[in-house]
Ligand binder design. Structure first.
Ligand code: ATP
Ligand code: MG
Length: 540
């Protein structure tokens, strides 16, 4: 099923209104990209440029020198590349400052812009409301020559920050407040990350953006719904600056996900305050965080296809995002056994020199996934929750005198256990039921439970980082800082089969019965980040 943007493009191509589609992704380099940006990249690149054989630009909207940094430029290029989008056409809006300046001069000369001395507060107070028109500035009819001279003074550094502004002269009584003589240039004595100190006047977003699109020959300028009311201004600027074949703006619903922060500005606060371990903390909804968490480009693209593109804002459940990576990893991830909360289990009817190498399928869902060796001795670890002294009703796992199958090995029967002074189990003693080896079992014994285990003699110690939502439910709270989940990270010291020793960074595994875990890409220790739980895995 096509979405409304595709329908528009199909119509424009067949009517000849446009010959080749050119789209862009225009981030401001003031933070790392987040999953909302993934939606925009997927729409502009995969959904449009690729689908219609057009061109895709990555353009940095770096018109505000106060908040922009090269680190963000680097991270954004890395993230866009990682998503598989074309990064061969990279542009910087700041490279068009000369053109923007000329456009502003043109507007002044046409009597369509004037220099004003109002402060931001005065502008706000004279803007009017939805029911009342705005108040015209006393400088509105300033002679063209005077505005030209003052604008030049602004450009030449003769005017302090905030003393003068350039405003478009449109209509103070327009029903659209954006058309009430908006500011298009301001004085700002700040060093720009690329232009250095060449400029001390900077264009406002609403003025710069359409010019950037036009200069690059963008055909379909796709942005989020909150810019719908800015479209008349977008069109006005392109018309009055006399651009030929001007681009057209189309708006779609922005992505929001329950309990997920979707604003670079606020994500930066989390990083700066130390609430998270950097922009790539696996709890962050940034692309860098999602990558470190174990999300893949394909799972994110799949997610964007599933949510679709519409004109109605709505909130997506986290479960949908999780199901995309879970489905992918179910098909692609190797399996391994890890005991997160270990207790020792001793096989009493095997000697200390007993050892078997058992064959385990690396991935039972793969057609030819291959096998790995797992050693099995008389000293094992099992999960604490897989043995109960006084089991709850319908308990299917190990109890004293009861039987359970050790995954891929034997049926065992618990014969004894030891506890510490607090009554906590420290050791389970069990015996192998002879003739029950997996694959060769002809005993006819049926057991209800299968549990995973790790050979204690060859086990390695790993750290499993268990993640939960970064935010608590809103419950009427408006500020994110009041909603931080104190339990969003729990560190677990686990015992893992030796196979995981060789896990490459950012490789994900299914820990049997536990979930999918991804080897951390920062730590050199064996640290694994929980990607997502198993949908129908048992919960403690
Ligand atoms: P933020 O508040 O996170 O900085 P932004 O919209 O100000 O978001 P930009 O860097 O200007 O960030 O965004 C680049 C592009 O990404 C824009 O075209 C914007 O519409 C799009 N975008 C940003 N957030 C979302 C979102 N949640 N869903 C879809 N598209 C988004
Ligand atoms: Mg922004």
């Amino acid at each position: 099923m096509s979405n409304f943007i595709e329908d528009i493009i199909t119509a424009d191509l067949s009517s000849g209104k446009c010959k080749e589609v050119v789209t862009r992704f225009p981030p401001e380099p003031n933070g790392y990209l987040h999953i909302g940006h993934v939606k925009s990249i997927c729409l502009n690149y995969y959904g449009t440029a690729v689908k219609f054989g057009g061109k895709f630009n990555l353009r940095f909207d770096d018109t505000n020198p106060a908040k922009e940094e090269d680190e963000y430029v680097r991270s954004i290029i890395e993230d866009v590349k990682w998503l598989g989008a074309d990064t061969s056409n990279i542009f910087f809006a700041s490279d068009y400052f000369d053109i923007m300046y000329e456009c502003a001069v043109k507007l002044i000369k046409k009597g369509l812009a004037y220099v004003d001395d109002m402060s931001p507060e005065e502008i706000k107070n004279t803007r009017g409301t939805l029911t009342e028109p705005g108040k015209e500035s006393k400088n509105r009819n300033r002679p063209v020559e005077e505005s030209l001279k003052l604008f030049e003074d602004m450009k030449n550094g003769l005017v302090p920050d905030g003393a003068l502004i350039l405003r478009a002269k449109i209509d103070m009584a327009s029903p659209n407040i954006n058309m009430r003589d908006p500011i298009i240039y301001r004085v700002l004595h700040e060093t720009h990350h690329r232009q250095g100190d060449k400029w001390c006047i900077y264009p406002m977003y609403d003025f710069a953006h359409p010019i950037e699109d036009a200069v690059e020959g963008i055909t379909h300028s796709i942005c989020t719904l909150e810019f719908e009311d800015h479209r008349p201004l977008y069109d006005w600027i392109l018309r009055e600056c006399e651009f030929e074949n001007p681009p057209h703006q189309y708006e779609f619903a922005r992505l929001s996900i329950e309990r997920t922060i979707m604003s670079k500005r606020y994500l930066k606060k989390l990083v700066d305050s130390g609430a998270v371990d950097g922009w790539d903390d696996p709890r962050m909804p940034t692309i860098a965080g999602l990558r470190r968490r174990g999300y893949t480009p394909t799972s994110l693209i799949d997610f964007c296809e599933k949510i679709g593109v519409s004109k109605a804002n709505s909130e997506v459940e986290t479960g949908l995002l999780e199901s995309c990576i879970r489905d992918e990893l179910n098909a692609t991830a190797e399996r391994a056994m890890v005991v997160l909360d270990p207790i020792r289990l001793k096989i009493v009817n095997r000697s200390d020199d007993f050892i078997e190498q058992l064959d385990f399928e690396k991935n039972p869902t793969a057609i030819d996934g291959g096998t790995r060796k797992v050693s099995f001795t008389n000293e094992l670890y099992i999960e604490r929750s897989d043995f109960e002294i006084t089991p709850p009703p319908k308990y299917k796992r190990l109890v004293l005198g009861g039987m359970v199958r050790l995954k891929g090995a034997y049926i065992i029967k618990a014969v004894d256990y030891e506890t510490d002074n607090d009554g906590k189990v420290t050791l389970v003693k069990a015996e192998i039921v002879e003739g029950t080896k997996s694959g060769e079992d002809n005993s006819g014994i049926k057991v209800k439970g299968v549990i995973h285990w790790v050979d204690a003699r060859s086990a390695i110690d790993i750290e499993a980082r268990m993640y939960d939502y970064l935010l608590l439910p809103a419950d009427g709270k408006t500020d994110f800082s009041e909603r931080m989940n104190p339990h969003s990270l729990e560190v677990v010291h686990a015992k893992a089969e030796k196979y995981l020793e060789g896990a490459p960074k950012l490789r994900s595994y299914q820990f049997l019965r536990q979930g999918y875990f991804c080897r951390d890409n920062k730590s050199d220790e064996p640290v694994f980040n929980l990607v997502v739980g198993l949908k129908d895995g048992y919960k403690k």
